[in-house]
Design a protein around this ligand. Structure first.
Ligand code: MN
Length: 378
C-alpha cells in the first residue's frame, strides 16, 4: 500500500464545481504547489475546451514538474488530439458505463461505449501517452458490464481504470466488496474517484484502497462537482495517521495550499474543515484544554505543525482555570489558581454576553477591572 499514488484533479473536477473559475496564473500556481508537496499526477484540465483552458494546460506542461500532467477527454479521438497538442504525458479517457447514462444521456448502446473507448484508447497508446480509462458512473454500472469494460480497456492498452462514484452513492462496505470483485476479475490498476454527496468520499476512497486500488483521485479541500470529491488533505492524513502509510507528501504545507485554493475558488474554508480547519487545534472546554496543556496527545492525533496550523487555547464560556493561568503566562503574568477561579465566572458572563470567546485583550481588561475592584475592597 505504500506504493499508492495520488492523482489530484483540483484543476479539472475541482474547477467543474458550479461557480468556480481559476485564472491561468492560479492554475499554474496550484500545479506548482501540488508538485512541490509530492503529488504524483495532476489532472490539469480539459484541452478540447481550447482557449484559456488549453493555454493553461500547455503552460503547466512546460513548467518541467516532476508530476505527470494529465488531460481529461471524452472517448473521442479529436479530444485526445487536443490533449496531445497541449504536451501532456497522460490522458484520461472518460465515458459513461451505467445504463442510466448510456440510455438517457448518451442515447447509445453498451456496444457503442465499448467501441468508442477502445478506439480512443488504442489511438492514445499509439501516441505513447499514459492512459487512464474512466468508467463514469461506475458505481451504478452493471457489474458484468463493468468487468467487460475493464477487460477491453486493458486489451486496448489502458494503464489503469478510474472507478468513478460519479453521484456519490457508495458506502465504504459496498465499495470494498465492489473493488475487491473487480480486482479479482480484471488485473488492471484502479484509481478511486469518489464524490461526497453522502459525506463518504474520503471513506470510500480508503475502502477502495483497502480492496486493492492503487490510485487515489482527490482534490484540495474536496472541491468538485456538487458536494465535491475526496479531499487531498484528508486522504493523505488518513493514510499517514490511521494506517501508518506515509507517502512522503509534504503535509506541513496543507494549510497554505488549502487556503490558496479556498481563495482562488472563492470557497472559504469552514473552521471545522477536517485536517486544515482553524478549529482542528483550537481548544476551549475546560477538560479538553487542561488535557492538551498537560499532554497534547490527549485530544490531538497529530501536531498542528504537521499540517501548517497552530494550536490555540481559546478562552471562553467553557474554559477552566488551568487554561486561564496558561493564557496569562503567555503574557508573562503569573496568577494563582485562586485568582483564576475568581476570574472564571466573569469570563463566562462576558463570553455569553458577546456570544463568542474572548480576545486576549478583553481578557486583560477583565483582569485589570478585577484588580481595581480588589484594591477598593481591601
Ligand atoms: Mn468527478
Amino acid at each position: 500500500m505504500s506504493q499508492i499514488k495520488i492523482v489530484d484533479t483540483t484543476l479539472r473536477d475541482g474547477e467543474q464545481t458550479a461557480g468556480v473559475v481559476f485564472s491561468k496564473a492560479e492554475k499554474i500556481q496550484i500545479a506548482r504547489m501540488l508538485d512541490e508537496i509530492g503529488v504524483h499526477q495532476i489532472e490539469a484540465g480539459i484541452p478540447v475546451m481550447g482557449g484559456d483552458e488549453a493555454e493553461a494546460i500547455k503552460a503547466i506542461t512546460k513548467l518541467g514538474l516532476k508530476a505527470s500532467i494529465m488531460g481529461w477527454n471524452r472517448a473521442v479521438i479529436s479530444d485526445v488530439e487536443a490533449s496531445l497538442r497541449c504536451g501532456v504525458d497522460a490522458v484520461a479517457i472518460s465515458i459513461s458505463t451505467s445504463d442510466i447514462h448510456i440510455q438517457y444521456k448518451l442515447q447509445k448502446t453498451r456496444e457503442w461505449v465499448l467501441e468508442s473507448m477502445a478506439k480512443a484508447t488504442e489511438f492514445a497508446k499509439k501516441e505513447g501517452v499514459y492512459v487512464s480509462v474512466n468508467a463514469e458512473d461506475a458505481s451504478r454500472t452493471d457489474m458484468d458490464f463493468l468487468v467487460q469494460f475493464a477487460t477491453i480497456a486493458k486489451q486496448a492498452g489502458a494503464d489503469r481504470l478510474r472507478y468513478c462514484d460519479t453521484v456519490g452513492i457508495m458506502d465504504p462496505f459496498k465499495m470494498y466488496e465492489t473493488i475487491k470483485t473487480l480486482k479479482e476479475k480484471v488485473n488492471i490498476p484502479i484509481e478511486m474517484h469518489t464524490h461526497n454527496d453522502f459525506g463518504m468520499a474520503t471513506a470510500n476512497t480508503l475502502a477502495g484502497i483497502k480492496a486493492g486500488a492503487e490510485f487515489a483521485g482527490v482534490t484540495v479541500n474536496g472541491l468538485g462537482e456538487r458536494a465535491g470529491n475526496a479531499a487531498l488533505e484528508e486522504v493523505i492524513m488518513a493514510l499517514k495517521y490511521l494506517w501508518n502509510i506515509d507517502l512522503g507528501i509534504k503535509t506541513e504545507r496543507f494549510r497554505e495550499i488549502c487556503e490558496y485554493v479556498a481563495r482562488a475558488s472563492a470557497r472559504p474554508l469552514p473552521p471545522s474543515k477536517a485536517i486544515v480547519g482553524t478549529n482542528v487545534f483550537a481548544h476551549e472546554s475546560g477538560i479538553h484544554a487542561d488535557g492538551v496543556l498537560k499532554y497534547t496527545r490527549t485530544y490531538e492525533v497529530f501536531n498542528p505543525e504537521d499540517v501548517g496550523l497552530e494550536r490555540q487555547i481559546v478562552i471562553g464560556k467553557h474554559s477552566g482555570s488551568h487554561a486561564i493561568i496558561k493564557k496569562f503566562q503567555e503574557y508573562g503574568i503569573e496568577i494563582s489558581s485562586e485568582v483564576a477561579n475568581e476570574l472564571l465566572p466573569r469570563v463566562r458572563a462576558l463570553a455569553v454576553e458577546l456570544k463568542r470567546p474572548l480576545f486576549d485583550k478583553e481578557l486583560m481588561i477583565l483582569y485589570q477591572d478585577y484588580l481595581k475592584e480588589k484594591e477598593y475592597v481591601s
